[in-house]
Write a protein that binds this ligand. Structure first.
Ligand code: 0L1
Ligand code: MG
Length: 263
């Protein structure tokens, strides 16, 4: 069991790394007892530090490692989650400055917004869809605080699952108007198609990722509240971004989102 001081120390290091824009070494080498469950305690403390320093509030959750390819790469069988804060949301209409980031990447996702509480332990895909107010296209900027995005499962969980910023597009669509498993996605960088994918690339169905999240949160007595935003997981591999990049994503029958990066 990790001592409370160690949880505090790791959270404080990750907080400073993000604030001051430097990389840290993964922590499992120094603290071999750091496992996934303890790492969620570090994540909680990190979020408390961020809320206090940025005078911000929690607005939802994000899922990561939702594709079979990424799970195999990490040698794990389930995804991870993180917390979304109000301060992480960027407007689609304002260029995003690269200044605060360490080594940012961007990935296309489907965002869900909920109209009622979703509480595990045995929530199913139809229940997730029934509780969904609407879905919309989203871009997530991830920016691991670890050297070269090199981490173990526990490290990445402690680091709020690499979350950094997100951008929501539009319009808001009711989930009953579309089969999210079959929804096609086109991801473009500077006008060139980089990847194509479908909703099924997220654990077979993006709502299955949300069901996993809700059932996992139930283990620590938490739930998804009405009005919360959840990023359901990347529809394809994340790509690096540099000054001047224009990134766009379209979801068939749902809508689109785009953003521009500046120095
Ligand atoms: O949102 C994500 O899929 C990122 C999860 C953490 C793993 C990574 O940083 O690649
Ligand atoms: Mg993501």
């Amino acid at each position: 069991m990790l001592h409370k001081d160690t949880i505090e120390k790791i959270a404080a290091s990750l907080f400073r790394a993000e604030k001051e824009g430097f990389e840290v070494d993964k922590f499992v080498d120094q603290y071999p007892d750091l496992n996934a469950d303890l790492a969620y305690h570090v994540q909680e403390r990190l979020i408390e530090l961020k809320c206090e320093a940025e005078q911000t509030i929690r607005t939802g959750r994000k899922l990561g490692l939702t594709s079979v390819a990424k799970q195999q790469m990490m040698g794990v069988h389930e995804p991870v989650y993180g917390v979304l804060l109000e301060s992480m949301q960027m407007s689609e209409h304002t260029p995003v400055s690269l200044e605060p980031f360490i080594h940012p990447k961007i990935e296309p996702e489907i965002a869900f917004v909920f109209k009622r509480e979703l509480k595990g332990p045995s929530v199913s895909v139809p229940e997730v869809l029934d509780a969904t107010a609407y879905v919309m296209p989203a871009l997530e900027i991830i920016d691991s605080r670890y050297q070269n995005f090199s981490f173990t499962l526990a490290d990445v969980i402690a680091d709020n699952s690499s979350s950094s910023r997100f951008i929501l597009g539009g319009p808001c669509s009711k989930p009953d108007n579309t089969d999210l498993q079959l929804t096609g996605m086109v991801f473009k960088k500077n006008g060139r198609v980089i990847s194509t994918s479908t909703g099924a690339s997220v654990m077979g169905h993006p709502a299955r990722a949300i069901a996993w999240l809700v059932n996992k949160l139930a283990q620590v007595g938490q739930s998804i509240e009405p009005g919360e935003i959840v990023l359901s997981g990347a529809l394809c591999e994340a790509i690096s971004i540099t000054d001047g990049d224009v990134i766009a994503m379209s979801l068939d029958g749902i809508g689109s989102v785009s953003t521009v990066f500046t120095k």
